[in-house]
Design a protein around this ligand. Structure first.
Ligand SMILES: [Zn+2]
Ligand SMILES: [Zn+2]
Length: 648
């Protein structure tokens, strides 16, 4: 009689031949038996440890989503007999199944497929597992060429994951006479599926190879209950509304012209202005914090990246070289570090000059596969707000602490204020440098992080091979986490480039180097802020701060005069003197997320006072023009994140 050891330390004697599920609560979905995820119908033969899998855990959702994918394929096969099955894995928040369907299936068919899935769920069919020999599996799969290929490629394609390579058997799951080659596990029966919906249809080549058959990929999402599904759909809708790629077009901020190439953005005047405002404020803060401004070219001879080691360990991320001057290879820079190092090394340095903080908005180029390029968050050309700090060992701790508080303070000024920190430590497999160096550096980072009183999450082994790092993770307005700033310690490059300073003791010492980018890249930060604000930037970052709308043609000149007055005072002002009705102009200003709007008509000009319309559509009447200008200037100077001119 097998003895089950439960997580709380208790044991259960399971009668011989009984499934593990009989010892667990009815709400449990599956179980980890000796660490392996199993069906509740799994019959243990020996003593084992058993962890019940709750539906809302990661394991539970995986089992639920995989089971839903199974029922999706079953429903499609029921609707269109002759459907051939590809693979049906789970993905973040959901699942898909790749299918060769005898008819063309589009999103219009999804409700029908869903309905069939619900019917299968209502039938509460138990999932029955069968382990069969490879020969038997191939016999069963005569009508399923893709699954056959998986079985035939036994051991060569682990991604398919449907075969127990070690045991040389294949498992099938059968319900209601329909079966699928599958490693499992599943929920006990189709009645145990949670809340699900199908979300999209696309084409997908078998095994991702365009030489292969094109299959239909149907996507879906599944959750423990309807409330969780609704919350997820709400999050998706919010995220779509905030998608910076969509807002980039609607608000005329940037684009990715086909002619320039994938992942290479151009910023239009409105986006260019926001970008300039972001950068200018960052520059100002860096000046105040004693950074030195440097500048470096976009290309270099290969030797620089040979010495730095980039060509050894980063070549895949670099654009291929170009040959100039009779055979000399030049590379586009993927990182600014080696250039800043050469600036440091341009003359003898003394301990009195340290910490030396070299800052640059440095444009770098990285070869990202076209499949992963994504809006402004994953690009091939970007500008980093990059700095390299050269410091003594003794100063390192203090420097890290002030750097981290500088980082958080800067991010807060841009409106992000919900953070946690992640500390990535030494990768055991591949790393350079002495253990005590790593320990000292990691401890210095940890102390700096603790001083911030923020949640600290450990990322064991996640550091680069040359040093540990801290990254600042920020949650945005809808609770999504973005990795923002990284602060990376480096003992390696000072050694490779043989960097020194003269110490107080008159001897030569090696400085420690800190790499840090606070925005990450300007492009990525631009995307994050656009989504965080849903395009409604605070006044200080808004391209136009005040929109002036003349009611009739005869008011246009007065409108332009007012705008000129406000501009002279320091505001960014736009005038809409198009032939549209004033109602349409107000609507257009709303669509472009104008922070403040005034309408200029005969009566306003006579009275000498105006009504200000805020972004939320509220009106503040009876204000003198200079009072409006002063209020807006004050709000902008204070970098207020809220509108301050509101009905009192
Ligand atoms: Zn399955
Ligand atoms: Zn660097």
């Amino acid at each position: 009689m097998p003895v089950l050891r439960m997580p709380d330390g208790t044991t259960v004697n399971l009668p011989e031949g009984e499934p593990v599920g009989s010892a667990l609560a009815p709400s449990v979905l599956a179980a980890r038996v000796d660490g392996v995820l199993r069906d509740l119908s799994f019959v243990p033969e020996h003593d084992c440890s058993v962890e019940p899998v709750d539906v809302r855990s990661d394991d539970g959702l995986h089992v639920l989503r995989h089971s839903t994918a199974h029922v999706l394929a079953q429903a499609v096969s029921r609707l269109w007999p002759g459907t051939k099955l590809g693979i049906g894995p789970t993905i973040t928040d959901g699942f898909y199944y790749d299918l060769a369907i005898p008819v063309h299936v589009s999103v219009d068919d999804l409700p029908r497929i869903e309905e069939t899935m619900r019917a299968i769920a209502a039938e509460d069919q138990p999932f029955l597992r069968e382990d069969v020999s490879i020969d038997e599996a191939l016999r069963r799969l005569t009508e399923q060429p893709f699954k056959r290929e998986i079985v035939e490629g036994l051991g060569t394609d682990e991604a398919a994951g449907d075969i127990d390579v070690a045991a040389q058997t294949a498992s099938f799951y059968r319900n209601d006479g329909w079966e699928d080659l599958c490693l499992g596990p599943h929920v006990p029966s189709t009645g145990r599926l949670g809340a699900f919906t199908l979300t999209a249809v696309s084409g997908a080549y078998w095994r991702g190879d365009e030489k292969n058959a094109q299959l239909t990929r149907i996507y879906g999402t599944a959750w423990a209950n309807q409330a969780d599904l609704d919350a997820y759909l709400e999050r998706i809708e919010q995220a779509e509304r905030r998608d910076h790629r969509k807002l980039g077009t609607e608000l005329d901020l940037f684009s990715f012209p086909e002619e320039i190439g994938s992942g290479l953005a151009v910023f239009h005047p409105r986006g260019g202005l926001i970008r300039m405002l972001m950068e200018d404020y960052s520059r100002q803060r860096h000046v105040e914090d004693d950074y030195l401004f440097v500048n470096s070219p976009h290309i270099t001879k290969r030797q620089l990246f040979d010495v730095s080691g980039h060509l050894d360990w980063y070549a895949d991320g670099m654009f291929p070289p170009m040959e100039l001057d009779g055979g000399t290879e030049y590379y586009l820079k993927p990182m600014n570090c080696p250039y800043h190092i050469l600036i440091y090394r341009s003359r003898t340095r003394s301990y009195r000059e340290l910490p030396m903080r070299l800052f640059e908005f440095g444009s770098v180029y990285r070869y990202e596969k076209s499949g992963v390029v994504h809006g402004l968050t994953r690009v091939r050309g970007m500008t980093q707000d990059d700095a390299h700090i050269f410091t003594t060992r003794e100063q390192m701790g203090q420097e890290l602490q002030s750097l981290l508080s500088f980082t958080l303070s800067l991010l807060r000024d841009y409106g992000l204020d919900d953070f946690y920190l992640e500390l990535s430590t030494k990768p055991e497999e591949k790393s350079v440098g002495a253990d005590e160096d790593w320990d000292e550096a990691t401890e210095a980072l940890r102390q700096a992080a603790l001083a911030m009183n923020l949640e600290l999450v450990m990322d064991p082994g996640g550091g680069a091979f040359y040093g540990p790092k801290i990254s600042v993770q920020a949650r945005d307005a809808i609770g999504r986490t973005w990795q923002m700033s990284t602060i990376q310690l480096d003992f390696q490059l000072p050694q490779r480039f043989d960097l020194h300073y003269a110490g107080a003791d008159g001897k030569r010492h090696q400085p420690v180097m800190i790499h840090r980018a606070l925005f990450g890249s300007v492009e990525r930060f631009f995307a994050v802020l656009t989504e965080h604000y849903a395009g409604a930037f605070p006044l200080w970052l808004s391209p136009e701060q005040l929109w002036v709308l003349p009611v009739a043609d005869r008011n246009a000149q007065a409108a332009h005069e007012l705008a000129a007055r406000a501009r002279a005072a320091g505001l960014r002002v736009a005038v809409d003197d198009s032939k549209q009705s004033v109602g349409k102009k107000i609507r257009a200003a709303q669509l472009i997320k104008a922070p403040y709007v005034i309408v200029v008509g005969d009566r306003d000009l006579e009275a000498g006072t105006f009504t200000v319309r805020t972004r939320s559509g509220e009106e503040v009447p009876g204000l003198a023009f200079d009072a409006i200008v002063d209020a807006l200037l004050e709000e902008s100077r204070a970098r207020s994140l809220e509108q301050t001119l509101v009905p009192g």
